[in-house]
Design a protein around this ligand. Sequence first.
Ligand code: ADP
Ligand code: SF4
Ligand code: MG
Length: 379
Amino acid sequence: MTVTENTRPSQTLNAVDRKDARDRGGDRQPMLIARELKKHFPITGGVLNRTIGHVRAVDGVSFTVMKGETLGVVGESGCGKSTLARLLMHLIVPDSGDLIFDGDAVGENDGLSVRDMRRLMQMVFQDSYSSLNPRMPVEDSISYGKKVHGASEQEAKEAARELLTKVGLDPNLFGPRYPHELSGGQKQRVNIARALVLEPRVVILDEAVSALDKSVEAQVLNLLRYLKQHFNLTYVFISHDLNVVQYVSDRVLVMYLGEVVEIGPVDEIYARPKHPYTQALLASRLSMDPDDRIEEPPLVGDPPNPINPPSGCRFRTRCKFAEKICEIERPVLGEWLSSEAHVTACHMFVPRSGHSMANEAGKPEAAATVPAAAMAGED
Ligand SMILES: Nc1ncnc2c1ncn2[C@@H]1O[C@H](COP(=O)(O)OP(=O)(O)O)[C@@H](O)[C@H]1O
Ligand code: SF4
Ligand SMILES: [Mg+2]
């Protein structure tokens, strides 16, 4: 099966109906709140190796993830998706901003320690081979985390074998194997098992299926859906593949050059994208119908350099609706806390912003129109 916009199951990964004993604030309290997260990487140069600039990889990103939902994160390569994932895991320390996990501030004195948060939140990367120890049988790779956190040898082994079964691998057959003896799909199943061994509540999947063949990708996506229901999980699903994100997500966050430009329910975003960048991204995805492909790409050129991004709206150098106000003022994302909200950071959607297409209601007709046809794009 190939994942397309038409194969999204009608009931995807909606809020879980089982209670989790670890739940603190109830269903309405977001699982995760990210507030104004920032990470600027210093760039050094010259004979004295001084800092000569900063890559603004993540630049004031705010969003919520509700319990039991899948939040898809999309955007072109280099827009800051992986940096965001690493910030959520505290694998890199944010320059500023807050992270709140089920009501507890992460890393604060009276909140949740980073160590405890890392148990509750796990990550699966794209590169399934390099994330496994080549000299360790996969059963040991899976049980290792459990032992580090105090489980006995026997408990950890049993947990690993049970998880191997859950991810569709016979523990007798696959448990003793080494990573090089597994296919890409099998390795990614092992990585998923390894992420689940500490019984997390949130799993961040960073391009976790991107390296797989399409048929294997679909199997792993279905596995992820099963595991989500079974273990009561919440997912942050990062991918450059818009079809896959549509297939798995409840809500979608669109990033451009370190910023969130749009966030909202998946069906809303895909049917009525607001931001010109989201419209162009969707228009340039590969259509399954050869008659439905267009000649001119709606999005041309690379994103600008994140070391010195354009003033005002960062998309203005590629936006056909750009006006003076877009150069002067950074458009802010609207109210983002509600899970139903569909908001965008574009002056056309802000009443009286100074953009000629911003009407009183903040809903310009022209910008709300999705470019009609999709074309063959590289992503
Ligand atoms: N450790 C780092 N040092 C300097 N720049 C980095 C580092 N990690 C990522 N970047 C830069 O930050 C930007 C965002 O990268 P990344 O988060 O990997 O994007 P994505 O995952 O969307 O492709 C890119 O310009 C990348 O080159
Ligand atoms: S703010 Fe201006 S440049 Fe940016 S997306 Fe909207 S219209 Fe285009
Ligand atoms: Mg990445």
